[in-house]
Design a protein around this ligand. Structure first.
Ligand code: SAH
Length: 346
């Protein structure tokens, strides 16, 4: 099996069956072997730098009903909130002071935030912070809307495809949501000129090892600038409340495979990974990740943006989160840097 990892390192891809074999048969020792190669690959390009993104969760209203997600519209127990433009600007101001040069506006698909309102928020952030990158993560929109946001100054867009398998997608989402539309959105975003992030949950209900192997081929084809992955974690008020969470081991193994498959990719070590294990985010970096996304949302709303149970950092001030991650990264020999952190391509 080490030979397959050597091959992946040398060639940057494997056949579906080879990925599958690794995913089905890996153990601790093989993981360590993979992680070392993955670290080498990321260090060749990004050194020991870890990029930070300030995450602003600006609304938990959502018109969608994804079966896994705690802010799905059917969850009547979710206490809904939306930040005002002024609230968002305060988050940016605080984040800028803490050294953030990327802001990520993430939210449910909230119809209140029309294109006009979004364009206003985007252009205000970009005019006040021209040296910062602005990332949007607000779901599926039309080409026209994506273009309008881009023209207003948005630089990057995160839209996890959730699974590369349309049939699996249909088991995680209500019938009105389509895999094809989500994937079309990703291609639209790319063609407009965004730096694009896709991604998937590891261990989501009904996911098979074949699905995970296919993820690697999907990534190879889309060639995103970023890939966000994290373990699925059940939320108590969703139809998947009794489903098992994804494991840390498999998530880390997938991070390592992604790093060797797309050596230049921006790869976050996610909050969900930090939620299933106290050292999850450190281990993610050591498996090949190079980004962390501390929370900049105002403390009073943090507990309300609950996509899954037991989410970490919901009680901390932004400055604490920033400090804490800095210390965590230092402890494993990596440095949080305050650059914009664009994807480096040779
Ligand atoms: N509404 C935006 C932002 C979604 S939330 C959008 O549609 O892109 C960001 C990500 O959180 C989702 O893409 C999903 O992959 C992840 N997520 C949602 N529920 C989760 C759960 N129960 N466990 C783990 N990750 C989850």
């Amino acid at each position: 099996m080490k030979k397959l990892i050597d091959k992946l390192e040398a060639e940057g891809s494997l056949a579906r069956e080879e990925y599958l074999f690794l995913i089905q048969n890996f153990d601790n020792e093989l993981s360590e072997y993979l992680f070392e190669k993955a670290r080498n690959a990321r260090e060749r390009i990004y050194g020991k730098d870890v990029y930070i993104r300030g995450l602003i969760e600006f609304t938990n209203y959502c018109r969608n009903d994804c079966l896994y997600c705690g802010i799905r519209r059917s969850n009547k127990n979710a206490e809904r909130y939306r930040l005002t433009k002024d609230d968002i600007m305060v988050c940016c101001e605080e984040g800028y002071g803490l050294g953030f040069r990327t802001f990520v506006l993430q939210g449910g698909e909230d119809p209140y935030f029309t294109d006009e309102i979004m364009v206003d928020i985007i252009s205000t952030i970009k005019s006040e912070y021209p040296d910062c990158a602005l990332t949007l993560s607000i779901g599926e929109k039309t080409h026209k809307s994506y273009q309008a946001f881009f023209d207003a100054g948005a630089d990057r867009y995160l839209l996890r495809h959730e699974t590369a398998n349309p049939e699996h997608y249909a088991k995680l989402h209500p019938p009105e949501l389509s895999w094809q539309n989500r994937v079309n959105c990703l291609y639209d975003l790319k063609s407009i000129g965004y730096q694009v992030g896709c991604g998937f949950m590891v261990g989501s209900p009904f996911q098979t090892a074949e699905d995970l192997a296919n993820e690697m081929l999907f990534l190879k084809e889309l060639k995103p600038h970023m890939v966000g992955i994290g373990p699925f974690i059940a939320h108590h008020d969703t139809p998947f409340c009794n489903e098992k969470s994804g494991t840390m081991e498999l998530t880390l193994f997938m991070l390592g495979l992604i790093r060797l498959t797309l050596p230049n990719v921006l790869l976050p070590s996610t909050t969900a990974l930090g939620t299933i294990h106290p050292l999850g985010r450190e281990k993610g970096i050591l498996a090949g990740a190079n980004v962390v996304m501390p929370n900049l949302s105002p403390v009073p709303v943090r507990k309300k943006y609950l996509l899954y149970d037991n989410k970490i950092c919901t009680g901390d001030e932004s400055a604490q989160c920033r400090e804490c991650l800095q210390t965590r990264m230092k402890s494993i020999g990596y440095n949080v840097v305050t650059s914009k952190g664009d994807c480096i391509t040779e």
